[in-house]
Structure formats: structure tokens, C-alpha cells
Design a protein around this ligand. Structure first.
Ligand code: 1GP
Length: 242
């Protein structure tokens, strides 16, 4: 089993991950951003709710040539698995009860992952209410964990750990009004002792710092890449110093 990418989640460094949606990918913009900021970015996730493999593969290829870090698939469906990525998050949407995102897509994806030999990281994907209905909630037709219920989030994450998952991704959803609360991050990190990724609704370095201090190993930003890339650099400087 390959574990090169997973090992990055076990190192002492806190990780700043930029999520790129291939549908919105703009090559000159990405070149500009990564040429001046690559030292701040630890990993790139590529994914979105509505994508197809052809486009994803092209975007992964380009990102690999311009960003000096691993490019990992954060799939919205089994159609987004492409051969040139460094790894794939094998996500189980365990905050939901939709069998399609608990096992259906996985059965379709597994033979391809096997054939490609790509590193696959078993990940508990837990949606947490971020103050509005996000694409991931709508597309998956699932309801998130309430933001004031750290005990439910921790119980869910522990169930994921006992099922063999190696990472926990706490997701408020892209464009969320509020990031995942620090109390939830703290409870999940402490109970599971697994690396925790927090994403969705993170708009400034102060929020990122709070989440990392609560126990998040990695911070994911997507919207900021589109709206305020300078703040991504501030987040990097902040979390890399913790
Ligand atoms: C990654 O979905 C998020 O987990 C990205 O969210 O677009 O709100 O940064 P934002």
C-alpha cells in the first residue's frame, strides 16, 4: 500500500491545502498564483460536485507542472478518478445516510483505483452545518451534523475510525457562512487521534489559526483562491508557525 501522501498528514507541519474546482480553472491565474506562492501551499485538492474525468485530468496535469506539491483528487463522484493525480481521498460521507455516497460510488471507483495503482486514503467525510445549504448537501441529499453538537460529530468520526478510516474531513461546505466550529474540531481530534482536515467557510487567518489550535492538522480553502488569494498567504504564514 502506498502511503507517501498520507504521511504528510502525520508530519509535524500544519498543512495548507488549496481546493481547485476544474470547472472554474483559469490557467493564467493559476500560473500567476503558484509562481509566487508555491512555498506556502502544501497540497492541492482537485474536485467539485459536477465534474467529468477529461477536464479533471487536464487540470491535474497542469497543476502538477506549476504547483510544487502533491495534487490529490477530492472526488465528487467515481467519474473524477484520473491516473495522473498523486492520491485520491477515498471519501465516505458518514454524516449522511445516502448509500450512494457510503458505498455505491466506491464500488464503481474501486476497480479503477486498483488498475491505476493510485494511493487511496480512506477518509471519513463529515458535513457540519455551516449556516446555509451547500452544493455538497444538495447533491448528496444528506443533512449535516448540527454545528452545536460536537458529541454527534465525535461519535460519527469514531465510527469512521473503527471502520478503518485514516483521516477525518470536517466539511462546512464550499461557500459556507460559518466554518466548522473549533469545539467540533477539538472534540473529533481528541477522541479519534486521527489527522483532522477542516474546510468550508474559512475566510481569514484568524479562523484558520483557531481551528489549527483546536486540533486541525490541515486547512482547506477554496473560495479564497477565487476571491482573495493574498489572504491564503496570511493563513499559510499563520498556521505554519504553529
Ligand atoms: C473545502 O469545500 C471546502 O472543504 C472549500 O470551502 O470554498 O468555502 O473555502 P470554501
Amino acid at each position: 500500500m502506498q502511503i507517501q501522501i498520507y504521511n504528510k498528514f502525520l508530519s509535524g507541519r500544519k498543512l495548507l491545502i488549496v481546493l481547485i474546482d476544474p470547472d472554474k480553472f483559469d490557467s493564467p491565474k493559476a500560473n500567476l498564483f503558484f509562481s509566487s506562492n508555491k512555498k506556502h501551499i502544501d497540497m492541492v485538492f482537485v474536485g467539485g460536485s459536477l465534474l467529468e474525468a477529461n477536464r479533471t485530468e487536464k487540470v491535474v496535469a497542469e497543476l502538477k507542472s506549476i504547483a510544487d506539491c502533491p495534487v490529490v483528487i477530492f472526488p465528487g463522484s467515481s467519474m473524477q478518478i484520473v491516473p495522473n493525480a498523486d492520491a485520491i481521498l477515498f471519501l465516505s460521507l458518514i454524516s449522511g445516510r445516502n448509500a450512494e455516497f457510503l458505498i455505491g460510488q466506491h464500488v464503481q471507483a474501486a476497480p479503477l483505483i486498483y488498475r491505476l495503482g493510485i494511493e487511496s486514503i480512506p477518509t471519513s467525510y463529515i458535513l457540519v452545518d455551516g449556516g446555509k445549504t451547500t452544493s455538497v448537501q444538495y447533491i448528496s441529499q444528506t443533512i449535516p451534523v448540527p454545528a452545536d453538537k460536537p458529541d454527534i460529530a465525535a461519535a460519527t468520526a469514531l465510527a469512521g475510525k473503527y471502520s478503518g478510516h485514516q483521516l477525518v474531513y470536517l466539511e462546512a461546505g464550499s461557500g459556507a457562512l460559518h466554518a466548522v466550529p473549533a469545539e467540533i474540531v477539538a472534540e473529533v481530534a481528541q477522541k479519534t487521534q486521527l489527522p483532522v482536515i477542516a474546510g468550508g467557510g474559512i475566510r481569514n487567518a484568524e479562523t484558520a489559526e483557531k481551528l489549527v489550535k483546536a486540533g486541525a492538522k490541515a486547512i482547506v480553502v477554496g473560495t479564497l483562491y477565487e476571491t482573495n488569494p493574498d489572504e491564503i498567504v496570511r493563513i499559510a504564514e499563520k498556521i505554519h508557525s504553529i
